[in-house]
Design a protein around this ligand. Structure first.
Ligand code: MTE
Ligand code: MO
Length: 538
């Protein structure tokens, strides 16, 4: 290293083209000295910004290398109490992670600013200690991940190193000592070349990293786009006409993929390479099975209309959607694996460390599937590409693992899904619910005819009727098509308005004769209940 430096310097000596203007040197010397405290803070933040950027880019180079920001975020999600998490979900809905990432970046940039300030004030040890602690903490969160190998920390280390280097070269030498070389000209030239070489190196490196990232990601995305899903062996009749096409404000019968709610703990949806992906079924089984994506598509596929909802969906909320899924039967696969009599749980997990488990005996003939298709498309990346679990009648948190990589037969007293230790119920059957889509709460309506509209669901039996209560007088609504016992049904009700303000409530009755409970329950621990009510004025 030392030799290299000398050589560079020698080269410069032989290179008269580099500016040797004395005044220039003076100027630079002065500006370096004149770095204000504010600039130091900014430079510190920039150093951290660059470090984070480098870390994130590096993490894309190797599948074992984990993104520092993602892992920190995941770690925070995994340690915050469940009520904070559900509060965050309520507050930010599906954008809660954007907020989390923004907070992480904000705190990191502030810490960087502090380090810059400390360097400015000559407290170098403390400044670098902050960066070191940040890095160690990040390494810790990476290693705390389930199944994380030691190499997973590489991006965090590189990120820490990048921050240190940028800090050092931008601020670490502000208090310039007496130049060791007599001639300012030499120093200036040597510096310029070093700066240029360093700058070019950093820029080149960043471009290389970005290129690699874009390449792997876009390749995986392109591979998904190139997939042609086979036809189902058991397909459903074409969808009936959708009443929502003529009824104002009504949810469509099938939720378009782009509008389908998204809930997961992943900071960024994993972009999986479908060619190297595989699914393993193991644990308490006689014959562990490994399937590639091609293997999965070769199995008999069936179509399933199923409404999925999140346990965190409040009464009247929109964390619910209806899709036509394509996949293979889960019960067949489990039968082939041959569960041991000791197993009582099917615990699926994902490439990003999420896990969801439900009782083995719920494979009671219901159409549980490993889904590869959603509304005629390969699963969208954010909805679990290349494969996910769908179990009719269960909330997503106990069943619907996206980016599925493993299904383990195990026991509830040995292992549990991600949300169970965080205070959510071990069992998660979807509760019967109904919702008023139109008009919205607080709306003021012109006098005349008004058509109320909404959706209702009651897995597994299905919706038999929906009743609308206007100021306490209950009437039956008209129902839309029934796709299956586990899909929602649209409803609407025409009303000749009366002037004034009105309380409007909705409740459903299931095919099995159950009336939707009025008892109000919070989302935690096992799903919200109660009648959706709105106030409107005419
Ligand atoms: N890998 C993974 N799968 C997951 C989750 C997750 O956090 N990670 N969340 C589950 C929860 S809580 C729900 S409600 C559904 C949501 O599926 P969606 O985002 O496709 O609507 O996915 C489930 N599958
Ligand atoms: Mo959920």
């Amino acid at each position: 290293m030392h030799n290299l430096r000398v050589e560079v310097t020698m080269e410069v000596w032989k290179y008269p083209a580099v500016s040797t203007e004395n005044a220039g040197y003076e100027g630079e010397f002065l500006t370096t000295h004149k770095t204000t405290r504010r600039q130091a803070f900014t430079l510190g933040s920039i150093a951290v910004g660059i470090g984070i950027f480098v870390g994130e880019l590096t993490s894309n180079l190797h599948s074992a290398w984990k993104s520092p920001v993602d892992t920190l975020g995941n770690w925070i999600i995994s340690v915050i109490p469940h009520y904070v998490e559900s509060f965050a979900i309520k507050l930010f809905r599906t954008h809660d992670k954007g907020f989390l990432v923004a907070t992480i970046l904000f705190v990191a940039l502030i810490l960087g600013g502090l380090a810059g300030d400390l360097l400015f004030r000559g407290k170098k040890e403390i400044a670098y200690a902050i960066v070191l602690l940040e890095t160690i903490f990040n390494v810790f969160t990476v290693l705390a991940r389930p199944h994380a190998g030691v190499t997973a920390i590489v991006p965090s280390l590189i990120s820490g190193l990048a921050i240190t280097l940028v800090l050092y070269f931008s601020l670490g030498r502000t208090k310039v000592k007496q130049p060791e070389i007599n001639s300012p000209t030499e120093l200036k030239s040597r510096r310029q070349v070093l700066k240029f070489a360093g700058g070019a190196g950093v820029l080149g490196g960043l471009m290389l990293l970005s290129g690699q990232t874009v390449k792997t990601h876009s390749l995986n995305v392109i591979k998904r786009l190139a997939i042609k899903l086979p036809d189902a062996t058991h397909s459903l009749p074409p969808l009936p006409a959708d009443p929502a096409s003529t009824i104002r404000g009504l949810s469509p019968l099938i939720t378009p993929n782009n509008d389908f709610y998204q809930i997961d703990t992943a900071i960024n949806a994993p972009i999986i390479d479908v060619e190297t992906w595989s699914l393993t079924i193991n644990g308490m089984v006689k014959n562990p099975i490994t399937l590639t994506y091609a293997d999965l598509l070769k199995r008999p596929l069936f179509e399933l209309d199923d409404t999925m909802t999140c346990v965190s969906n409040p009464v009247g909320g929109n964390l619910v959607g209806n899709a036509r899924w394509l996949g293979c039967r889960l019960d067949d696969l489990i039968r082939e694996a041959g569960p041991l009599s000791s197993a009582d749980q099917i615990l699926s997990s994902s490439s990003d460390g999420f896990g969801a488990g439900f009782p083995l005996n719920l494979l009671d003939g219901r159409d549980a599937m490993i889904a590869v298709g959603m509304n005629g498309q390969p699963l969208p990346i954010r909805h679990g590409f290349p494969a996910r679990v769908i179990v009719p009648g269960l909330y997503g948190y106990v069943s619907a693992t996206k980016w599925l990589t493993n299904i383990e037969l195990t026991r509830f007293d040995l292992k549990q899904g991600f949300w169970i230790s965080r205070g959510w119920s071990q069992l998660g059957p979807i509760k019967m619910e109904s919702r008023i889509d139109f008009p919205i709460d607080g709306a003021s309506i012109p006098a005349g005819k008004l058509r109320f509209a909404g959706v209702a669901w009651a897995p597994l039996s299905g919706i038999a009727s929906v009743q609308l209560g206007i100021d306490g007088a209950w009437k039956n609504a008209t129902l839309g098509p029934a796709l299956s016992g586990t899909t929602w049904r649209q409803w609407w009700f025409d009303w000749d308005t009366t002037v004034g303000s009105h309380l409007v409530q909705v409740r459903a009755v299931s095919v099995s004769g159950q009336v939707q409970t009025q008892t109000i329950a919070d989302t935690a621990p096992n799903g919200a209940s109660g009648w959706h009510s709105i106030n409107i004025s005419v």
